[in-house]
Write a protein that binds this ligand. Structure first.
Ligand code: NAD
Length: 509
């Protein structure tokens, strides 16, 4: 191990293209030299990652809050630190089982029925050097969560932090540098030039969390090295208040969900469908819930500010565009402060009605404390509307279990679904978390994360007496060919009977 103080990538937070390449090369060489880490070393790395987080929790959440302007510390402690510590605990517990070779059932070992005595198994092996690219909105959580899975799978990890959270990036860099040789795990900080160079490194896997627009650049850069990518993206997550739902109860929960991180959350309910006759009741209940949650806005440390001026202007422009095109805008400002306030980047919770699909706010992921309320008459109308849009990361249904709910799940697409809550499907380690289509590619969390960062390597041992694959090589024996023909004939007869017209594609006889 190189002493930490001798390594330029640790003592300096000023990353250059040269130090970036050197850090990558060192991780790769060390991975090749040392081979796959054993269970004890993986667990030890996870412990060190936990210690880096727990021991620096206060510094990390204060850095996040400073990057935001104000972000409530309790929420940040829960989401950025504690959830990761719990993830480390449960990963360590399951790791021995995940790492074990897996043996296929004997019936799959007969090599097309032609030979017995084969041995075969699957070995989950590390991929090598993994690049993790994190967004600004949960800068520690979304850097560390994939790193936990990548370390568990035996990889070396380089993490690139967002340029929009420089204080957090530096705090995490120094916390990790104090516990890891940079050949094991290192945190890269810097601007977009460094980000671009980072995504061009010949990683064995890139794990990107961010917007669909930037994901296209990442995928293009990765294509040059045929580097596989996991893309954890966002989108407009639709929310449905069911026809038979308790309006007051669920309006409160939907508003609380939208207020989390002031809507700057990939799984935030982006807009809500409400039965037409219940829109007024929903608006009243939503305003009431917001007033109770945030009686003041301007001086309230429970209020999460918008990350930067660009995003403040972007969200304000979305509201203005909707207002100009005929939307009704209801700002919830219980204490009557002058808001929105550009100087402190505080936008009050805002309900929109009378929106139309062509408004920018109904097309772009809002990522702010704004909630369009869309009236509907039938559930089919809701399903059609959702299916006419890019596939979202999450979708929500509030109301009892019903045939409508089942149809909603069966007939729409999204990364995951939660009923009667927000983001629950993404919080349970036993469920895969990931998007589909425009909201992403691939999964992680729990064993799904371990497998994302593993190569499932097939190992087979031939029986000595006979090689089944020798059937593919010359010389070909006419007797064998005859035998094979009769086997194909038997298959043809059997399948011919099963392939009744009902199952045949139209137009074939
Ligand atoms: P972003 O796409 O702007 O940036 C993500 C990361 O990519 C940052 O680290 C950034 O520095 C880097 N980056 C930007 N341009 C780059 C380039 N050309 N080459 C290489 N790297 C580049 O996303 P953001 O604004 O940081 O985050 C918000 C988005 O992330 C939203 O769309 C949100 O829904 C999504 N998100 C998704 C999840 C999820 O788990 N699926 C979680 C949080 C956020």
């Amino acid at each position: 191990m190189t002493a930490l103080s001798q390594d330029p990538t640790v003592t300096s937070s000023d990353w250059t293209i040269e130090t970036l390449h050197a850090a990558f090369e060192r991780q790769r060489q060390e991975h090749l030299r040392a081979g796959p880490p054993d269970l004890a070393l993986r667990r030890n790395r996870l412990d060190r990652l936990g210690a880096a987080l727990a021991g620096n929790a206060d510094a990390l959440v204060r850095a996040i809050s400073a990057d935001y302007g104000n972000r409530p510390l309790a929420g940040a402690l829960a989401a950025e630190v504690l959830l990761q510590l719990e993830d480390i605990r449960s990963t360590k517990k399951s790791l021995a089982t995940w790492m074990k070779p897996r043996h296929p059932q004997p019936r799959y070992l007969r090599a097309a029925g032609l030979a017995t005595g084969l041995k075969a198994w699957v070995e989950p092996t590390p991929l090598g050097v993994v690049g993790v690219i994190a967004p600004w909105n949960f800068p520690v959580a979304l850097a560390v969560q994939p790193a936990i899975a990548a370390i568990a799978a035996g990889n070396r990890v380089m993490i690139k932090m967002s340029d929009l959270t420089p204080r957090t990036a530096e705090a995490l860099r120094s916390a990790i540098a104090a516990h890891f040789d940079p050949a094991e795990v290192t945190v890269v900080t810097g601007d977009l030039d460094i980000a671009t160079a980072f995504s061009s490194l010949p990683f064995d896997h890139i794990f990107f969390t961010g917007s669909p627009a930037v994901a296209k650049h990442i995928q293009r850069a990765a294509a040059d090295h045929l580097t596989p990518v996991t893309l954890e993206l966002g989108g407009k997550s639709p929310t449905v208040l069911a026809p038979d739902a308790d309006v007051a109860k669920w309006a409160k929960r939907i508003v609380k969900a939208r207020l989390a991180n002031s809507g700057q959350l990939c799984l935030s309910p982006d807009y809500v469908f409400v039965p037409r006759a219940r829109v007024n009741a929903f608006l009243t209940a939503a305003e009431d819930a917001c007033r109770k949650a945030l009686p003041t806005v301007a001086d309230n440390t429970d209020f999460c500010t918008i990350i930067n001026d660009n995003h403040f202007r972007r969200i304000s422009a979305l509201i203005e565009d909707a207002r100009k095109r005929g939307a009704t805008v209801r700002e919830v400002i219980p204490a009557g402060e002058r808001l929105p306030d550009a100087a402190t980047r505080r936008i009050p919770f805002t309900l929109l009605t009378d929106t139309t699909p062509d408004m920018e706010i109904m097309q772009e992921e809002i990522f702010g404390p704004v909630l369009p309320v869309v009236p509907y008459d039938t559930v089919d109308e809701v399903i059609d509307e959702i299916n006419s849009r890019p596939v979202p990361l999450g979708s929500y249904w509030f109301g009892p279990d019903s045939a409508d709910f089942r149809r909603f799940v069966a007939r729409t697409r999204s990364g995951g679904v939660t009923r009667n809550d927000f983001a629950l499907h993404a919080s349970l380690a036993g469920l895969p978390f990931g998007g589909v289509g425009n909201s992403g590619t691939g999964y992680y969390h729990g064993q799904y994360g371990f497998e994302t960062f593993s190569h499932l390597r097939a190992v087979a041992v031939s029986p000595n007496a006979f090689s089944p694959v020798s059937l593919l090589s010359p010389p070909f024996n006419p007797v064998l060919e005859k035998g094979l023909r009769s086997v194909v004939g038997l298959w043809s007869k059997r399948l011919g009977k099963k392939a009744t017209p009902h199952h045949r594609p139209k137009g074939t006889t």
